[in-house]
Ligand binder design. Structure first.
Ligand code: ATP
Ligand code: MG
Length: 251
């Protein structure tokens, strides 16, 4: 069993996610600030009712269509994403027939090795053969300094559509400036990544990727139907106005 908590516990999923991060931290997969970033996400998820809101569902479907229509799609993975949704990311990459690339903000050889070996184990366990990039960063994202600029030429650098869950704002901006379609998954509709991404999905990463996997064969909406400001505003409205719905349910 993955975690001792009882699945009927109201906070089961939240406890399970925390447990996954604890395990990943023990394996050296996470930066020191990873748990703080998760805490910020958890707070927003609580406010969103820990469910996929309608506007996020729509953005998810638009994003999926962009990934399916792309010439060089890629899924970018950092430590928290591998810990929380590593299996789902590999399953999605398999369905899209695209590579994943480990792309971390605080790049050290030890963390890269830990993440790459965790992903290789998942690939084997799931019986998949997804290409896992990141070990040979021979390119740089223009406009960024230091190790955080590093990436692979045949991965992130040549991609036309990227999925970047929990991305840092600076790097998101730099990728958009390269002319790429940048799909952000971030629970905070006010973060710089959410604001500057081409398409933003305000949802929890493991829920969002599971939704994408379920939607892969549906008739999907076009990018021209997506209005960025409206999607972000809808998420904010849900956070602020969500309280009314909760009182209604309680009555
Ligand atoms: P930015 O750099 O974009 O301005 P930030 O500095 O506030 O954002 P970071 O620490 O760079 O935040 O990135 C973490 C982001 O990921 C936060 O916005 C947080 O809400 C979000 N986040 C954390 N956990 C999850 C999760 N499980 N699913 C989706 N989003 C998450
Ligand atoms: Mg940041």
């Amino acid at each position: 069993m993955e975690h001792a908590a009882d699945p009927s516990h109201p906070r089961y999923r939240s406890l399970l996610m925390r447990h996954r991060l604890e395990v990943a931290a023990e394996k050296g997969m996470l930066a020191d600030s990873a748990l703080i970033a998760h805490g910020r996400g958890e707070a927003y998820d609580y406010l969103l009712g820990e469910k996929t809101i309608l506007s996020a569902d729509f953005a998810t479907k638009v994003a999926l269509r962009c990934l399916k229509d792309a010439t060089h799609p890629i899924l970018s993975l950092n430590g928290n994403v591998v810990a929380l949704a590593g299996d789902e990311m590999l399953r999605l990459a398999h369905l899209l027939d695209c590579p994943v690339e480990v792309n971390i903000f605080y790049r050290t050889p030890e963390r890269m090795t830990a993440l790459l070996s965790d992903l290789n184990e998942r690939n084997d366990r799931l019986g998949l053969n997804v290409e896992i990039l990141g070990a040979n960063p021979d390119g740089e994202i223009p406009g960024l300094k230091g190790p955080r600029a590093k990436c692979e030429t045949r991965g992130i650098l040549q991609s036309d559509v990227l999925l970047v869950p929990l991305e840092d704002g600076d790097r998101c901006q730099a990728l958009v400036a390269m002319g790429k379609t940048v799909i952000v998954i971030d629970l905070n509709p006010l973060s710089r990544s959410s604001q500057t991404g081409t398409i933003t999905i305000v949802d929890e990463v493991s829920r969002c990727i599971a939704n994408m996997i379920d939607s892969v064969n549906l008739d999907l909406p076009r990018q021209s139907d997506y209005i960025h400001e409206e999607i972000l505003q809808a998420a904010l409205d849900s956070i602020v106005g969500g309280m009314k719905d909760r009182f209604k349910t309680a009555e």
